[in-house]
Write a protein that binds this ligand. Structure first.
Ligand SMILES: Cc1cc2nc3c(=O)[nH]c(=O)nc-3n(C[C@H](O)[C@H](O)[C@H](O)COP(=O)(O)OP(=O)(O)OC[C@H]3O[C@@H](n4cnc5c(N)ncnc54)[C@H](O)[C@@H]3O)c2cc1C
Ligand code: SF4
Length: 328
């Protein structure tokens, strides 16, 4: 690890000024510090933003504004989140370990890097994300955890966050502040697919920071929601496939449905095709499965992860069936 200067920001202006001078933001440090220690990443200065806004504010109409420095464990435990957006609380609790969730922040979770093993192997592996143009050893190598949707010939990595899958399904909006002022970006548009530039992972610009995440006022399908994560062991493991879903059934038909997938792409994958296919249809297992198949129709598996297609289809159907209660 190369030495770096460490600053603690007392307010946003101080953090942005230090970032303008080249400092990197650090929240809980649970991902960035590992990357620095393993020489996957480097920094000459870090600015600790974990003491900035870490509360939840409720706006008129019921929208919630979550401070970017709020800890993952605190957010999962918030009564407002557990009651109105249970899929988000469950996604947070499905991630990492209690110790890591106590340190990890909302902003850092959104910005966490892929868990592709070749990305971390600085001495032995080719990785376009680390060294653009260098090649990708995952494509012909160990790719059980890699993407089946939206990947490219240059990178097949997945985004590892559980929290972000629920945020995508909830139509959350990311609030940013930077040298050019403040702006908002829907979470579903925040992370980038790799195309020919896998080193570009989000729309965040140099010196720009995440200040908050906004949840829209809760709808019936946000309240009746679930997060299910499939993994190689039952805790402390990243998702092979995960599903965040919400459902509102009125007189037997789908009135509102929200679905996002984790573990399948370089970003949390909002299943817009499946959602569109289901709206207005009877809430039956057959219709849930057929919509899931439509969503996965363009999946392009690698040698080691074709099982993810069926796993994602069956999990979408099973979660929706459970949310429907007693479908025909
Ligand atoms: C052993 C282990 C198991 C894990 N398992 C899971 C899991 O199952 N599911 C899961 O979802 N996650 C898992 N994680 C990842 C964990 O969730 C992340 O490490 C954590 O969320 C990152 O948050 P942080 O605040 O510590 O980020 P940091 O490490 O502090 O920062 C991460 C990145 O975010 C940037 N950043 C931080 N704050 C801001 C901000 N406000 N604005 C802009 N950029 C910012 C940093 O510059 C850095 O690039 C695991 C981690 C470990 C170590
Ligand atoms: S999948 Fe992406 S992160 Fe993994 S080795 Fe290939 S380029 Fe690197």
């Amino acid at each position: 690890m190369t030495p770096f200067a460490f600053h603690i920001a007392n307010d946003r202006a101080e953090a942005l000024a230090l970032a303008a001078d080249g400092a990197r933001f650090v929240g809980g440090g649970t991902n960035l510090v590992d990357l620095l220690r393993q020489n996957v990443d480097s920094a000459s200065q870090l600015v600790d933003v974990s003491r900035l806004t870490s509360d939840i504010q409720e706006a008129d109409g019921g929208a919630l504004l979550i401070g970017a420095s709020m800890k993952n464990s605190a957010l999962a435990a918030q009564p407002l989140i557990r009651e109105r957006y249970p899929m988000l609380s469950r996604a947070l609790l499905a991630g990492a370990s209690a110790q890591i969730r106590n340190m990890a922040t909302v902003g850092g979770n959104i910005m966490q890097r892929t868990r592709c093993a070749y990305f971390y192997d600085v001495d032995g592996a080719r990785c376009n994300k680390r060294q653009p143009g260098g090649g990708c050893d995952a494509i012909g190598g160990f790719n059980r955890y890699h993407a089946i949707l939206g990947a490219s010939n240059d990178c097949v990595a997945t985004h590892p966050s559980d929290m972000c899958v629920a945020l995508a399904a909830l139509s959350a909006v990311v609030h940013l502040a930077g040298p050019a002022g403040e702006r908002t970006v829907p979470l579903a548009e925040f992370h980038a697919l790799p195309a020919a530039s896998p080193q570009i992972e989000s729309v965040l610009q140099p010196g720009e920071m995440i200040t908050a995440v906004e949840l829209p006022p809760a709808t019936p399908a946000m309240v009746n929601s679930e997060y299910r994560k499939l993994r190689d062991r039952s805790s402390y493991a990243f998702a092979l496939v995960s599903v965040a879903a919400g459902l509102d059934v009125v007189e037997g038909n789908v009135a509102e449905v929200r679905i996002a997938l984790g573990g399948v792409a370089a970003k949390p994958w909002r299943a817009t095709r499946a959602e569109a296919a289901l709206r207005g249809l009877p809430a039956t297992r057959a219709n849930f499965l057929s919509a899931a198949e439509e969503e996965l129709a363009e999946a392009r598996p690698l040698e080691g992860n074709a099982f993810k297609i069926g796993l994602a289809q069956r999990t979408i159907a099973a979660v929706l069936e459970s949310l429907a209660g007693d479908p025909a």
